[in-house]
Design a protein around this ligand. Structure first.
Ligand code: ADP
Ligand code: MG
Length: 288
């Protein structure tokens, strides 16, 4: 608000006497932040700031209209789920839940009595080979994992056991936790655009069906957008945060006119795909 006038998103350039703001503050553990800084120090890089990963992913997968209408971004990573809720175009609630896609792998390993490695292979194979649960049911009541060459004797597993018995219950639990967060935020009635699911775990088989059932809001998968010249592999939910961080830097840091000369090279290097070299070399180009 500038001098009592509300609804202003960016007051820079306006003149007035009294400035008021409703703000959303995200906090993080000092120890964790220091550890990240230390990694950058070792690489000889200066850290220009921290961005909550849920916010970064939002930059890459949410549309302007979704944020204006009200939407919940859900980024399902390996060990945690980030939630970023937008109302009226502004980030209004955020949180992290200590459950991730690795728990699904764990459940498969325990349920089928196989190693975590084999369980991860089965999980990825499932989401790649079978898109929706309905399509799966018609086609293959019995799943064949022979082509994975697993050390254990699990060449055939019933689809019902694996998807309905092991994966779906964990997804249900995950969505109940997400639902609780939305309730807790107090903005549950203000998110008509529903849920956008991203992060590597988004591709877990049965994700959208279970989500729709438990949360009862519209739901879609979020693929990173707003970038061009990238190879197909990067347009994958697991790169939502990475692409989002690049976009955040481009939108917020480049406007400071403080250099960042090599930014355009990032996009070129992305299109080189597999030949991009090590991550360290990738970052090294920013060192003057
Ligand atoms: N195609 C897929 N199907 C199901 N799960 C996947 C797929 N691709 C990645 N994952 C899972 O996503 C998780 C990693 O997600 P990611 O967003 O890369 O993690 P983080 O953000 O925590 O680094 C892993 O548990 C992995 O098994
Ligand atoms: Mg991720």
């Amino acid at each position: 608000m500038v001098d009592g006038q509300g609804g202003i998103k960016n007051a820079s350039g306006m003149s007035g006497v009294r400035l008021e703001v409703d703000t959303h503050i995200i906090t993080a553990s000092q120890t964790n932040l220091k550890n990240i800084d230390k990694v950058f120090d070792d690489l000889g890089l200066e850290n220009r700031g921290f961005v909550f990963s849920g916010k970064a992913s939002s930059e890459a997968v949410l549309t302007h209209t979704e944020k204006e209408l009200g939407v919940v971004l859900v980024d399902i990573g390996g060990g945690k789920i980030d939630i970023a809720l937008y109302v009226d175009g502004s980030l209004s609630y955020s949180s992290s839940i200590a459950v991730g896609a690795r728990h699904i792998t764990n459940d498969i390993a325990v349920g089928l009595r196989i190693s975590l490695d084999s369980a991860e292979k089965i999980k990825l194979h499932l989401s790649k080979s079978l898109l929706s649960r309905e399509a799966m049911k018609k086609k293959t009541p019995q799943l064949d994992f022979r082509e994975l060459n697993l050390p254990e004797d699990v060449n055939e597993v019933s689809l019902k056991t694996l998807v309905d018995g092991i994966i779906a219950p964990r997804l249900e639990e995950i969505f109940k936790l997400i639902f609780e967060e939305i309730e807790k935020s107090g903005f549950g009635q203000l998110v008509p655009s529903g849920l956008v699911i991203t992060g590597g775990g988004a591709l877990t088989v049965g994700m959208l069906e279970t989500g729709k059932k438990v949360v009862g809001l519209p739901i879609r998968l979020g693929y990173p957008e707003g970038v061009s010249g990238l190879i197909d592999e990067i347009i994958d939910p697991q790169f939502a945060t990475t692409v989002g961080l690049l976009l955040y830097g481009k939108r917020n840091i480049m406007t400071e006119k403080t250099g960042f000369k090599n930014f355009n090279r990032i996009w070129k290097d992305f299109s080189l795909g597999g030949q991009m070299g090590s991550l360290k070399n990738f970052f090294k180009q920013f060192i003057p």
